[in-house]
Design a protein around this ligand. Structure first.
Ligand SMILES: O=C(O)CCC(=O)C(=O)O
Ligand SMILES: [Fe+2]
Length: 354
């Protein structure tokens, strides 16, 4: 049985050097039983740097709607650039807008490019340097720092799992690929409060990160909730200068459930003022199938925990890793996915993935 939790562990990243036994004891509980951790003292993620990023994010989203739409996701199948999730009706309406980034790869050409490849590849839509001075430079600095954090954290995870770093390394492409976004969660209004159901107003739907080993995120305010093994929602604390990291379903699968990917959501009922977040994921090889490593394949590691959402289970059951990656992205970004890929979205819906 997984040990349950009523709070998200806060772990001092500098202990990895100064007191490794203490660090690994805390990290083990966070990754095996909770699936989430808030790191403090991560090099490069000082509060002043994060505040600078959030100020730029605020400025970006304060631009006129037409300016933002000119950089909209509708211009590229790769889901890069700006979109809103609050201008639709139905179950995928969410009180948020976002700007998405990914690996800067050329648009794939050809008659029959599959949707998962179109969704993966394309250039980013950077705002004009004069309109948003040094924005790109700042974001690329952040991406480099996130990359360094992921490399360090992957080594720590290998230590916990007692596996060679090369085993984990074999899942990552030679050239670094990543996915990132800046989210702007709109503050609570009386109308949103009136429309809330079961204590929830949708900033982001409940999910487990479907295609990742680890997701890292910086946040300007609280609003993120994690489901514990009793099914209760637990707040992720807002720690200035902190970095939230969580386990994705692919790493859970690789470890036969030893590391747990927990369900989470963004609850607008908790968001009194505009909230900005910047998640980052170091991408694994799109075409590499993930199955439990032999030492975790006996089911012993899985331990009981709150059952995953059936939609996620269906998604993880798709055999072809490439198709799975495409559907994973549609399921994570339903508001824009249904506009860019209506047919595939409908198919995903029929398959019970959405
Ligand atoms: O923005 C947040 O707080 C959560 C983001 C998230 O869960 C994700 O990007 O998968
Ligand atoms: Fe997530």
């Amino acid at each position: 049985m997984k040990r349950d939790f009523t709070g998200i562990p806060i772990v001092d990243f500098s202990l990895s050097h100064s007191d490794p036994p203490k660090y690994y004891e805390q990290l083990r509980f966070a990754l095996e039983d909770v699936g989430f951790v808030v790191f403090v003292n991560v090099p490069g993620f000082e509060d002043a740097f994060q505040k600078k990023l959030f100020a730029r994010a605020e400025y970006l989203f304060s631009k006129p709607q037409a300016w933002k739409d000119a950089l909209g996701t509708q211009h590229l199948y790769a889901l890069r650039g700006y979109f809103r999730a609050d201008d639709i009706s139905g179950p995928h309406k969410a009180y948020a807008e976002a700007f998405r980034f990914g690996p800067d790869l050329p648009v794939p050409v050809g008659e029959d490019v599959p949707f998962w490849l179109k969704l993966h590849q394309g250039p980013n839509q950077w705002p004009d340097e004069e309109e948003l001075p040094r924005f790109r430079e700042l974001m690329e600095t952040l991406f480099n720092r996130y990359h360094a954090l992921n490399i360090a954290l992957n080594a720590h995870i290998c230590h916990i799992l007692d596996i060679p770093e090369a085993v984990m390394g074999s899942y990552f492409p030679d050239a670094t690929e990543f996915n990132s976004a800046i989210w702007h969660y709109l503050p609570l209004t009386p109308e949103i409060r009136a429309a809330a159901q079961d204590g929830f107003a949708q900033g982001m739907h409940e999910h487990r990160d479907p295609s990742t080993f680890v997701t890292c995120l910086i946040q300007s305010r609280p609003g993120l909730e994690v489901q514990n093994h009793a099914g209760e929602w637990v707040d992720v604390p807002m720690i200035e200068g902190g970095v939230v990291c969580n386990i994705g379903m692919q790493l859970m699968k690789l470890t036969g459930g030893k590391l747990v990917a927990t369900t989470h959501r963004v609850n607008t009922l908790k968001i009194e003022e505009d909230r900005y977040t910047i998640p980052y994921v170091l991408s694994t090889k799109l075409d590499k199938k993930v199955a439990p490593l032999p030492q975790f394949a006996n089911g012993y590691s899985a331990k009981d925990h709150a059952a995953p959402n059936p939609k996620i289970l269906k998604l993880m059951g798709i055999d072809d890793p490439l198709e799975r990656s495409g559907y994973a992205r549609l399921s994570l970004f339903p508001a824009v996915g249904q506009r860019l890929y209506p047919q595939e979205f409908q198919r995903a819906h029929n398959l019970g993935l959405l």
